[in-house]
Design a protein around this ligand. Structure first.
Ligand code: SF4
Length: 249
């Protein structure tokens, strides 16, 4: 993330917190507004760095370059050593809807594609119930490499890998996103509340609405929660200005 993006994110986050707290205006001294904003230039040496406005035709190429960079990545020594392959992301480079999970599991590590195991099959059904084909949306994880024994990602690993996800979002520019579980929300928005309290409400990441909901793996263990996920997904369909299909998961 460059410094302008970080500054904008921080400002949006602070304003959203104030809004939730009932604060409706902010007093700013004229001399504060008069201070020029000086941002140091960032080096444009990697596919992780956005240097030019993104043209649609470039998106696929830049995603491929970013994926190639991730495939060589060894920032997390343990994960780089244990992985079979990097699981970068899959789907439409110009998707209007993006799903973000936590990290690849064994099936994903073996096949190189996110959400292909049992939880992935359930996610595909959810996507179809929303009126999309799987290839029309984009699916990615916070971590691109499988943690050993599917353990929870370490904070340092999330920090190491987050720039890949941030750049994916920047390139794809989805109109809405779904965070599958708390890890994606914590990584993108630094929100430290549980998914049960978070789900069903819109949050914003760099102006893009993001809906948190339960991870499909949780639904496999708790099928009753499918009803809440379907409620959340109907909100997403509405947000995109589409008709809600009659069927449900
Ligand atoms: S998890 Fe991400 S940052 Fe860590 S080694 Fe894999 S690609 Fe690199």
């Amino acid at each position: 993330m460059n410094e302008i993006d970080a500054l904008i994110d921080e400002t949006i986050r602070a304003l959203e917190q104030m809004k939730r707290a009932g604060i409706t205006h902010v007093d700013v001294r004229p001399e504060t507004l008069a201070i020029p904003l000086t941002i140091p230039p960032t080096p444009a040496s990697s596919a992780l760095v956005a240097s030019q406005p993104i043209r649609p035709a470039d998106t696929e190429t830049q995603l491929q370059q970013l994926a190639a960079e991730a495939r060589r990545c060894t920032r997390c020594a343990e994960l780089a050593q244990c992985r079979t392959q990097v699981v970068f992301g899959t789907g439409n480079p110009r998707a209007e809807l993006m799903f973000i999970g936590e990290a690849p599991g064994a099936d994903e590590d073996a096949q190189g594609e996110p959400f292909v195991g049992r939880a992935g099959q359930l996610l595909t059904k959810i996507i179809q119930a929303m009126g999309f084909a799987r290839h029309e949306v984009y699916i990615a994880n916070v971590l691109k490499c499988r943690p050993p024994e599917n353990r929870t990602p370490l904070p340092m690993e999330v920090q190491n890998c987050l720039p890949y996800l941030q750049r994916q979002i920047e390139l794809i520019q989805p109109r809405a996103m779904v965070a599958l579980g708390a890890t994606a929300m914590r990584a993108l928005l630094d929100i430290q509340i549980g998914i049960t309290k978070m789900r069903g409400r819109w949050y914003y990441y760099r102006g893009i609405p993001i809906m948190p909901t339960y991870h499909p793996a949780y639904l496999l263990r708790n099928p009753a929660a499918k009803r809440e996920v379907w409620q959340d997904m109907q909100e997403v369909v509405r947000q995109l200005g589409r008709e809600i299909p009659r069927r449900s998961t």
